[in-house]
Design a protein around this ligand. Structure first.
Ligand SMILES: Nc1nc2c(c(=O)[nH]1)N[C@H]1C(S)=C(S)[C@@H](COP(=O)(O)O)O[C@H]1N2
Ligand SMILES: [Mo]
Length: 212
């Protein structure tokens, strides 16, 4: 049933009617894996998560500490630049907004952009405004389970569309780094790995900002 093309098409048309299917996208029930390079190993004893740059004080959390941070859960539709969309996905983890609100990250007024830093030097950039939106999460869990190694275990950035919630900027799914290790807060924007390779800097799913 999972691969029944007729049902897939029916679900896709329903999403289209509801205004949830961005231009040029098609519905998938799978979860494709896309990234450059190998899947890194995870060592909970040496892993850390850092916040630095335009902050009053640089911070670092061990895996154990990270798991004690306040948690949030969001349901989103995720839209990949390679044209698949996956609807009603649930992500659980830590919201950057809540870290800022709790004073755990103290931003300088000069902070305007954020670079996500992942294993092997992978980076991806977003405006601070988007990172602080409720549709961006530092996610440890997908649909109730720890994120699989292929999809970014133990931690990844995720960004997507919250159905019925207007006024949020919504970039393509590549704007979340798998195997995330830190956030660099910056005054100026700086293109990440795929952005340097020609992907669109802004990446708005509704404007089809796929390539630069
Ligand atoms: N660390 C890392 N994160 C990454 C990438 C990557 O190459 N390395 N690719 C991005 C791209 S291009 C996409 S489309 C999504 C894919 O996420 P998925 O494999 O969970 O579907 O991850 C993004 N995050
Ligand atoms: Mo991608």
């Amino acid at each position: 049933m999972l691969d029944n093309p007729f049902l897939r098409k029916m679900e896709e048309e329903e999403m289209q009617r509801e205004g949830r299917l961005p231009p040029g996208q098609s519905l998938t029930r799978k979860f494709p894996v896309l990234h450059y390079g190998p899947v890194p190993a995870f060592n909970p004893l040496t892993w850390n998560f850092r916040a630095w740059g335009e902050v009053e004080e640089a911070r670092e959390w061990s895996w154990e500490e990270f798991n004690q941070l306040p948690r949030a859960s969001i349901e989103m539709d995720i839209h990949c630049v390679t044209q698949w969309s996956k609807f009603d996905t649930t992500w659980e983890g830590v919201s950057v907004r809540s870290l800022v609100d709790a004073g755990l990250i103290r931003l300088k007024p000069s902070a305007a952009y954020v670079l996500q830093h992942a294993e092997y030097g992978f980076t991806v950039n977003l405006p601070l405004k988007v990172i602080l939106q409720e549709n961006f999460l530092l996610a440890t869990h997908f649909n109730g389970e720890p994120i699989s190694p292929d999809h970014g275990y133990p931690l990844r950035g995720v960004v997507g569309a919250i159905p019925g919630r207007d006024g949020l900027e919504t970039p393509y799914f590549w704007k979340g780094a798998k195997w995330l290790r830190g956030l660099e807060f910056m005054k100026e924007d700086k293109p990440g790995f795929w952005e340097q390779a020609g992907y669109h800097n802004n990446a708005d799913i509704w404007k089809e900002e796929r390539f630069g």
